[in-house]
Design a protein around this ligand. Structure first.
Ligand SMILES: [Zn+2]
Length: 175
């Protein structure tokens, strides 16, 4: 089932999420629905707050590692820097160059509650950072300087008014 994606202005996107404690059948159903929603968007990652749930979990697929799930993530061993265009399914349309660590490790729990760890570089590292940010109530525009933020919001406004075409759906950025 495709779940409506919450967009900028919805308070759930600015609310820090609570740890996942129940690894049960309803979690499996939720994760299946979130993956369906992410692929339909299309996107490369989707965090629970984006579907209205303040829970520390996300799904992702950088196109190489396959559909994956992570609960209660912690980032560590970040190194290097990458500046690439980034977008967000909750801010549909605009992209902006955004600075992220070039490589990062992430540890958390899988669908059964067991330990799960992954090392990401490039796009995968960007996804892990973007999604973990969502669980803290942080959006990619919060990572930009004031002028970058203004540019994204102005483009979003132009898209909403029908004065610009959304750039969503382009491979590799929305999460
Ligand atoms: Zn996002």
């Amino acid at each position: 089932m495709i779940i409506p994606i919450r967009t900028l202005g919805d308070p759930v996107l600015k609310t820090p999420s609570k740890p996942v404690t129940a690894f049960d059948a309803s979690l499996r159903t939720l994760v299946g629905d979130m993956l369906e929603t992410m692929y339909a968007a299309p996107g490369v990652g989707l965090a629970a707050p984006q579907v209205g749930l303040s829970q520390r979990l996300f799904v992702f697929d950088d196109g190489q590692t396959g559909p994956l799930f992570m609960a209660n993530p912690e980032l560590f061993d970040a190194e290097g820097e990458q500046i690439e265009e980034e977008g967000c399914l909750s801010i549909p349309g605009p992209y902006h160059p955004t600075s992220r660590s070039g490589k990062v490790s992430c540890r958390g729990q899988d669908l059964d509650g067991g330990p799960f760890e992954i090392i990401g570089e490039g796009l995968l590292a960007r996804i892990l950072q973007h999604e973990t940010d969502h669980l803290e109530g942080t959006l990619f525009i919060d990572r930009l300087d004031a002028s970058g933020r203004r540019e994204v919001l102005a483009e979003l406004r132009r898209i909403e008014l029908g004065l610009a075409e959304p750039r969503s759906g382009r491979r590799g950025a929305d999460a």
